[in-house]
Design a binder for this molecule. Structure first.
Ligand code: FE2
Length: 392
């Protein structure tokens, strides 16, 4: 022990500096010296611990901030996109978007109605941030079901023409398609064609092909006719065109063109990009079909040819609204817009972007400038009108 007499005595005997100090005083001095040593020792330990814990605190909070940062970055660095579009070029576009922004895109592809039902079922638990689908009728349906939220972006509003987007920003069109007449070059003179309405003329009896009325492209076309000519006139048109069909409605737009090329009918109503896909197909058979056909843009003397879009909106319960807005703005950029005409033969919605060779060959045209959201509003009436006119 430090304070026993033996220790004190031995210290006394060995000491050269305190021979005159009495034993009592010496003990006190030694005691104080030892206490000071002990205090210094304890204080040193405390300082060391203090410094250590201070550093630990800094290290701990740094880790916490870093972890939270990583978590929030990870959340902000990904987007889930539900898309009805099935083009490889879209996947490449998303890849380019990721390279430019660091935001990864998780793509979920499915049928249009399946995606809407899935969004409804998932509600606030959905992982989807963006919905991409074709036709303003469907986009409007998504808005009406409260599946989309409005987005205000100067960039989107300035680049996308007003009639190709929802007036309140719930969805934006990114690619444009015209629903045109294609005709058999060897049996029809273009001068014989004028408008959608002219297909109700008796001279086309047994010569027209159009797909089923359950198809949204036809529903939107009829909605545009209702908006222009009224419900009664649209009904009479649907009834007459159904009466002029070469067969009951069936198949896709491409099937109508194949049937016209095969001589089953002389004129069909189809979307432009399907003709582009046939014209530029790797299949010689497809190209032979396209060779027999030509495009006529109807209603050039009136309201213009019916056009529609495929477009996108931000999902109501999206986690990453900022990233979703960035993706929409990217799709409206020159770089993305330039991809669509070449890859899918859809028109760009941004006027200054160059068309593909096929589109240039089809020629310029005047398009109906009705706001496409109105076609969504009239969709239910269009379906009823088709049913009354017995267009299956
Ligand atoms: Fe399509």
């Amino acid at each position: 022990m430090f304070f026993n007499n033996k220790d004190v005595n031995s210290t006394k005997n060995d000491s050269l500096f305190l021979p005159q100090i009495g034993e009592k005083r010496l003990n006190l001095h030694l005691f104080l010296a030892l206490i000071s040593k002990r205090v210094i020792y304890v204080l040193s330990l405390l300082v060391i611990f203090e410094i250590f814990f201070k550093h630990m605190k800094v290290v701990f909070f740094s880790c916490l901030i870093f972890t939270l940062g990583v978590c929030s970055f990870a959340k902000g660095a990904e987007l889930t996109v539900y898309s009805f579009r099935h083009y490889e070029s879209d996947t490449l576009l998303f890849k380019r978007f990721t390279e430019e922004t660091g935001i990864a895109v998780h793509l979920v592809k499915s049928k249009a109605d399946t995606l809407l039902e899935r969004l409804k079922a998932e509600g606030s638990k959905t992982r989807a941030d963006v919905l991409i689908t074709s036709d303003a009728g469907r986009l409007h349906k998504a808005r009406a079901a409260d599946l989309l939220q409005p987005v205000q972006s100067e960039q989107l509003n300035s680049r996308i023409p007003a009639h190709l987007r929802d007036p309140e920003g719930y969805w934006y069109g990114f690619t444009l398609r015209a629903r045109v007449l294609v005709y058999a070059k060897d049996r029809v003179f273009p001068e014989e064609l004028q408008s959608y309405e002219s297909l109700s003329d008796e001279k086309w009896r047994g010569r027209v092909l159009v797909r089923s009325s359950s198809n949204i492209y036809n529903q939107s076309l009829l909605a545009s006719i209702i908006a222009s000519n009224g419900e009664q006139s649209a009904y009479e048109w649907a009834k007459s065109v159904r009466g002029n069909m070469a067969r009951s409605p069936q198949g896709s737009d491409r099937d109508q063109m194949r049937a016209v090329a095969a001589g089953l009918a002389d004129v069909a109503i189809v979307n432009t990009y399907y003709l582009g896909l046939l014209q530029n197909s790797e299949s010689a058979k497809d190209r032979a079909v396209a060779d027999k056909l030509a495009v006529f843009f109807p209603n050039q003397d009136g309201r213009g040819t019916h056009v529609n879009v495929s477009g996108a909106g931000i999902v109501t319960h999206a986690d990453n609204v900022a990233g979703a807005t960035q993706l929409l703005e990217f799709l409206a950029s020159d770089a993305a817009q330039a991809v669509f005409p070449e890859a899918t033969y859809e028109y760009p919605v941004v006027k200054s972007v160059e068309w593909s060779a096929s589109q240039k060959q089809w020629g310029d045209f005047k398009s109906d400038s009705i706001n496409l959201s109105k076609l969504g509003i009239l969709n239910a009436l269009a379906i009823r009108t088709f049913n009354t006119a017995k267009w299956e």
